[in-house]
Design a protein around this ligand. Sequence first.
Ligand code: FAD
Length: 456
Amino acid sequence: TPVLLWLRQDLRLTDQAALLAAIEAGPVIPIYILDDDTPRQWAMGGASRWWLHHSLSRLDESLRAKGSRLILRRGKSAEILAQIAAQVGAGSVHALHHYEPWWRNAEKAVAQTLDLRLLDGGLLLPPGAVRTGGGGMYRIYTPFSRAVMTHMPPPAPRPAPDHIPAPASWPDSDSLDDWGLLPTRPDWATGFGQDWTPGEAGAQANLADFRDEAPDYATARNLPSIEGTSRLSPHLHFGEISPATVWHHVTGSDEGTKIFLKELIWRDYAHNQIVGFPTYGSANARGEFDALPWRDLREAKADFTAWQQGRTGYPIVDAGMRQLWTSGWMHNRVRMIAASFLIKHLLIDWRHGAKWFWDTLVDASYANNSVNWQWVAGSGVDANMFVRIMAPLVQSEKFDAAAYIREWVPELADLSDAHIHDPDAHGVRPRAYPAKIIGHREGRERALTAYRHAKG
Ligand code: FAD
């Protein structure tokens, strides 16, 4: 009897424990279900859909090269799996664990009617594998990371199978093009294709490129003007590469490599937090933030739009927001600056910013996005203090963002390194570039007053 392989954010053949287990159990029917019902408000955003289209297309090619193919269906995961299982008489469903609250609910629903076999492999360690002395989940990153390190390296990645046994007949499949995952009018994703190659081969290429540069990561990772990070985030998010594979390929004992592997552990940490606190994406992890008097979005609409469009008058923020829109990704340092600017200088609730990132990032991840936004806001379990307000102009100079600004804010391309971070202050702002929508000191004071109010 055939078995079902339920694919979600694990679109790979290498180091894919569920695929290997399925092959042991019988002829395999690989299925991807486009499910917008189960996640509800967390249905995939536009940029992720662009990625998904290309990733599924590549995965189908890889499966065909191994004698198999990808079945595409649309609807509620549990219902579709039950239908297909009944139709083909499938014995079991094989899948990797996923920790978004809606996936955990869907797994429960599937397991009520089918023999669901869940395996690990999306994280370095399954959530809860390391525990505090008292037996609880870690809430703070540093001790969590130390505990994870004692279990590293992860098991060696397992190679892709040579051949995947096919069933005697295949169930119906939708056509990928009919899903309309790619933008049409207007096509805002033309820049994505220049920067990204979704799929396993693209992931391996980014890993190979980064491997030799890892020793420089300690300083390079903070400099948006150079490509100092791995750019693996969308590949990791869609599971085109396993974190164990990344770990085993970036192996130096130098400082840069160590810091890089700690960042990879942040990804595990974030997924642990959404298991402990499933509403991390919509509720403040620290209750006192519920009393923070955010500006009403109707009143702050013009400011929010200026932020989204990269027209705040703060070149580093604007460069980041335009990089996000054009390429579906933003440098980590700039994500922190842009998020902090929205939350503190504009006093707009972090959830509005997180939602925009959710729609525009190709690596949009419920765990990483929610945990990082709450980290910046100060409302997270382990977070930066709200009163530590990043000064965007100082950050821009300190991390040498001039070339980055020239790339993404062409109106400022002719300004010198000395002037480009703050053209207003030097009286050299070109007319095409907006004035600051709020002064740094004014924004800072308003944020601190709001915070004092929340603290009572
Ligand atoms: P590298 O520096 O090469 O790091 C390697 C990998 O480690 C990344 O691919 C990622 O999987 C993981 N990682 C690195 N930093 C973090 C971090 N701070 N938290 C969790 N994992 C991390 N990352 C996402 O993957 N999805 C998101 O939706 C997301 N939203 C963010 C929102 C904000 C406001 C901020 C400040 C950060 C966010 N991040 C998110 C984290 C981080 O910015 C990206 O993971 C990183 O920029 C991706 O680039 P890279 O692959 O070159 O990273």
